[in-house]
Write a protein that binds this ligand. Structure first.
Ligand code: USQ
Length: 390
């Protein structure tokens, strides 16, 4: 297949490109390297060193015999998206080119607006370009498990049957997000559902959990790392905990630490996206996958990292519950369904402890680099303090 990855320079986009090349697909990518810039703006950098995209692509060409057909540009520019879709005529487009940090979206009005506009507009551009140029193409869109929030009932995959005043219907499950970022994904889901209703656009809307880890099969073979963020804005829970242990900083569950989420390794995330691409929906179909492997509370993850680090280095990292910068439930019921990807053949490749072990190994090689990021670890972005910084 011809597959276009929007956001090909990112944590998931880059290893996904490597996997799809290995699977024999023709891979194209767009990026404007904005994540690199936004991470710098919050005073941080990727904890694992990554070279320029041009250099990475030249190495890929040598190792895989072919590279990624790359287009530099902004997904919020409709002319750019139309030009690329017209030139590539992809069978599938994976949309990962959105501002992906909940804390970034909560810094203040400027960042909230930026996240809202960039995310929603990029998806609308893609919807229209597909409708006008390649109406049979499959849009694989990265949403988030955070769209559902943490309701006190089980979470289905997108839709559920409901009875109200004696009548029944199958309706979208209510969304209840907890940051501007997570709400943008809800708005994208609504827009994709509507495009599907009007034009029959083929959509897989992936409700992905929190991704962790440093490796995929191709990263191990080529040594080409993907970015890895550990700062309070762009770093996510388990990746941060692993890095915190390496640099002898306390592991930081926020608040009571009973916040429970679906988690999945980077390799499994890539595997699931590949499965969705290679088993596309029919024309006229809008489907939702809940994409995660296991659910854990942040306390469970903190304890796992502490114990594994101790097993390896003989020294026990400290766990410190810091004041929760977010507004979220710290103890709650959480039981999302996730059967559809398993039905397509998804099986976990490595257990979470082995992934954490590998991440400890990889990060330990760059301890000095991680030490330089020590002052961007503790939370500074508080949901309640979000304001317009003139
Ligand atoms: N948390 C801690 N300590 C930390 C960092 C986070 O306890 O040092 C807690 C948070 O309070 C939250 C949970 O861990 O309850 C998850 O936070 P996170 O920063 O790991 O992930 P989140 O903000 O939810 O966002 C990340 C990605 C986002 C993706 C989402 C999937 O940045 O792009 O959509 O995970 S999900 O969480 O399922 O919505």
């Amino acid at each position: 297949m011809k597959i276009l990855i929007m956001g090909v320079d990112g944590y998931i986009g880059f290893p996904l490109a490597l996997r799809l090349l290995t699977r024999g697909h023709d891979v194209y990518g767009i990026d404007n390297f904005i994540t690199r810039k936004r991470v710098q703006k919050v005073g941080s950098d990727s904890a694992l060193p990554i070279s320029s995209f041009a250099f990475r692509n030249s190495v890929i060409k040598k190792k895989f015999g072919k590279g990624i057909g790359f287009f530099y540009g902004d997904a919020t520019n409709p002319k750019f998206i139309y030009r690329v879709i017209n030139e590539v005529r992809p069978d599938a487009i994976v949309h990962l080119a959105e501002q992906r940090s909940a804390p970034y979206s909560m810094i203040g009005l400027k960042e909230a607006n930026e996240t809202m506009v960039k995310n929603i507009v990029s998806t609308l551009n893609l919807i229209y370009a597909v409708k006008d140029i390649t109406p049979e193409a499959h849009i694989l869109k990265l949403g988030t498990m955070g769209e559902y929030g943490t309701p006190n009932i089980d979470i289905p995959e997108g839709f559920f049957e409901i009875e109200y005043h004696g009548r029944k219907d199958v309706l979208p499950f209510p969304r209840n997000a907890s940051s501007w970022y997570h709400w943008t994904k809800v708005h994208d889901s609504n827009n994709l559902m509507f495009a599907n209703k009007v034009w029959g656009t083929k959509v897989t809307d992936v409700m992905q959990g929190v991704v962790y880890g440093t490796r995929t099969e191709e990263i191990e073979k080529t040594g080409l790392y993907t970015r890895f963020d550990i700062d309070e804005v762009y770093g996510t829970a388990l990746n941060r905990f692993t890095a915190e242990a390496i640099i002898n900083e306390p592991i930081t569950p926020y608040g009571k630490g009973g916040q429970t989420r679906g988690f999945l390794s980077l390799n499994d995330s890539i595997e699931c996206l590949t499965l969705a691409l290679e088993n596309p929906p029919e024309f006229g179909e809008y489907r939702v996958f809940n994409q995660f492997d296991e659910k854990y509370s942040v306390n469970q993850l903190a304890e796992m990292v502490r114990d594994l680090y101790k097993e390896k280095f003989g020294k026990e990292p400290e766990i410190v519950h810091v004041d929760n910068p977010r507004v979220e439930k710290e103890e709650h019921y959480y039981n999302p369904e996730h059967e559809k990807l398993k039905a397509l053949g998804y099986k976990r490749t490595k257990d979470i402890k082995s992934e954490i072990y590998d991440a400890i190994d990889d990060l330990n090689k760059f301890k000095e680099r991680l030490m330089n990021l020590r002052n961007v670890i503790m939370p500074r972005t508080y949901w309640k303090k979000s304001a317009y910084n003139l």
